[in-house]
Design a protein around this ligand. Structure first.
Ligand code: HEC
Ligand code: HEC
Ligand code: HEC
Ligand code: HEC
Ligand code: HEC
Length: 190
């Protein structure tokens, strides 16, 4: 009762094909994760298996590329606890929308505050923070000072009495980005 030869052959081909698909998707996934976590495509690693002459060229090309910048990540993203914010580890869908998601864990940030910065009141953490990562500390969308000045113009700020000698002073040296118990989001002296 041996199965016909063709059947065995197809089964083997099927198995090989299956392995191939698994092999491919794992590699793609790893490459994807690599890009995801370092922002650098791992394809240059291939140069190790290229002939020397070609490697020289590759080196010449990559030498002109500036060093990869530091990447700041949300700790849970870095720990790959994707389901802390997404419905499942595989889903793009979020467990909650807007700042409701963020405030599930970060209530302390604004709890009992007398004054809350307007964008936060409006539920827009994303106006200043990337959800996953960025090249700015606290995974901000832009450098903090640029962020402040993208909504509050230098010209308008110069008109504020308290800013008489503002110059290029860091906004955050006097203001809190999120909340304060003092008027004008002035940092509370603790
Ligand atoms: C701190 C919460 C948080 C964690 C942890 C997190 N995500 Fe997200 N993710 C978000 C938010 C918020 C968005 C929507 C971002 C937007 O619309 O700009 C998002 C969007 C996405 C998207 C849609 C495409 C994109 O980048 O906008 C993918 C894919 C994704 N996340 C994958 C992941 C994976 C994989 C992990 C784990 C390694 C992860 N996320 C961890 C909050 C999180
Ligand atoms: C499931 C809980 C959880 C959710 C949801 C969450 N965070 Fe966090 N977040 C943490 C923990 C835990 C830390 C690390 C401890 C800390 O700094 O409080 C952290 C740290 C941070 C930090 C500081 C990172 C650093 O470099 O020190 C920022 C900024 C931040 N979260 C923003 C967000 C934003 C924006 C969202 C919504 C997109 C969000 N978080 C959603 C748990 C969460
Ligand atoms: C107007 C811009 C802005 C918005 C909107 C904003 N943040 Fe921030 N956030 C900042 C800046 C700037 C820093 C860095 C503060 C510093 O350097 O002192 C920061 C730092 C943080 C930190 C880490 C340091 C800390 O103070 O604990 C957390 C956590 C955080 N933000 C969470 C959030 C969450 C959650 C939201 C939405 C509810 C949010 N932020 C909305 C600008 C913003
Ligand atoms: C996405 C736009 C946006 C960004 C980014 C932003 N702000 Fe604001 N900010 C606002 C709005 C809107 C108001 C409310 C203005 C009003 O009521 O006239 C406000 C109000 C303020 C106030 C006055 C609060 C009060 O109670 O009088 C201060 C101080 C302030 N922001 C500081 C900052 C600082 C510091 C930064 C950078 C960390 C910053 N803002 C970034 C939109 C922004
Ligand atoms: C030397 C400390 C200091 C610095 C630096 C500073 N501020 Fe202020 N700012 C103040 C004080 C004090 C007030 C007045 C608070 C009040 O209403 O009593 C104020 C008020 C404001 C207001 C409310 C203006 C209004 O019309 O009521 C905004 C918005 C603001 N600052 C944004 C900024 C931004 C953006 C930066 C950075 C470019 C900045 N501040 C830098 C101290 C400072």
């Amino acid at each position: 009762m041996r199965p016909p030869r063709t059947w065995t052959c197809w089964a083997a081909a099927g198995l090989a094909g299956g392995l191939l698909i698994v092999g491919c998707s794992t590699e793609t996934k790893q490459r994807w994760l690599h890009v995801f976590f370092t922002g650098v495509d791992g394809t240059n690693a291939l140069s190790a298996s290229l002939p020397t002459a070609v490697v020289t060229n590759v080196v010449a090309v990559t030498a002109a590329v500036p060093a990869a910048p530091v990447v700041y990540m949300h700790p849970l993203y870095a720990e790959r606890k994707c389901d802390a914010c997404h419905l499942t580890g595989q889903s793009e869908q979020l467990r909650a929308t807007g700042s409701a998601l963020c405030l599930e864990c970060h209530q302390k940030l604004i709890a009992n505050a007398k004054f809350i910065h307007a964008p936060i009141r409006d539920g827009r953490c994303d106006q200043c923070h990337e959800a996953h990562k960025s090249t700015e500390r606290f995974h901000l969308t832009h450098r903090a000072q640029e962020l402040c000045l993208s909504c509050h113009t230098q010209v308008e700020m110069a008109k504020v009495n308290a800013h008489a000698s503002l110059g290029t002073a860091e906004c955050l040296s006097c203001h809190d980005a999120h909340r304060s118990d003092q008027k004008g989001l002035v940092k509370s002296v603790k």
